[in-house]
Design a binder for this molecule. Sequence first.
Ligand code: PMP
Length: 381
Amino acid sequence: MKTRKLLMIPGPTPVARSIQDQMGRETVAFGDPAFVKDFKELIEDLKVMFKCSGEVFVLAGSGTMGMEAAIANVTKKGDDVLVVSNGFFGDRFIDICSRKGLNVDVLSAEWGDTVPVEKIREKLKEKKYAAMTVTHVDTSTGVCAPVAEIGEMMKEFPETIYIVDGVCATAGEPEYVDDMNIDILFTGSQKAFGVAPGLTMIWANQKALERRKSLGTIPESYVDFEKWIPIMHDPSKYYATPAVNLVWALKESVRIMKEEGLENRYERHKKYAKAMQSALEALGFKLLAKEGCRAVTLSNLVYPEGTDDAKFRGLLAEEGIMVAGGLGPYAGKMFRLGHMGNIDKHDLVSVIATVERAAYRAGMNVELGKGVAIVQKSLVE
Ligand code: PMP
């Protein structure tokens, strides 16, 4: 009999049955009054839950589209932009901004570390930046940036739009747009929301919306906030076809979150991350992210010397879990394990046991049950 494969890459994450059911519903017209009502409620919920007094956009597209949308709406050719990068996805902004003809300055951290807030402050003093991007959790490194602390510091730079990439963080790591002084936050449906890939959610505060207005007509059309504001206020209107079934799926994901409570969800992510990370370290893997800046949504695990990446991940797949490989300088040297979204205790115990079996079969010196015991203890503490 085939072993079921648990999807433990850092997105897409496992999709709960009730969310899948929404995707399997018979599709209706986007103008259908019941759908319009559902969409409206969803937008309102997203505003309230993530404390955004501005606008929320739910658009068909992936996280990269959120990156492009954020830049498109607050900058114009020739503007200076500061990219704060803690890895591969932070760097992606460099390409997006360069293509738009922006002047890009980059502050990069060593992989596994985060750029210190003081360094960002010093850089921002150098010139008038139109925008600054920060990746909350860079999926390539498992590093979590101090977005609230940076937001506080950004009060000293009111002319700079503070953009936060929440693709691997939102709904797993605390993020409150108004409270954290974030101007634009965006995420994708496939990570801590636990929906299939295909939607981008963007939160924009008044400052970002005013900047958008001040730009007049922008070169981009599909990601233009001004095109979508009337639709987000009244989804019976048309600009471009919404992903009807994914909107329903997202609504179900939000219902699950409300039932759990966002604060409880953040606590659960913290608890699960601690359990998994201590167990994986005890098995001989090394966390790439330094202590003090580790994400709770995923773990990036550097192999012990001599481990064959392809063989190990192949064995993991055989034993029943899918994980992701390392990126950039860590390709072949690390695997990435997601533990975000709608996963539960069953998943954690099962995943750590599977890692043990694969590590054992790969010839690593592991004591079967050692990681499981640590996870078990953490779960009853
Ligand atoms: N930002 C971060 C932090 C990500 O992890 C990813 C995807 N892994 C992206 C942006 C790009 O998102 P997508 O692949 O959905 O376009």
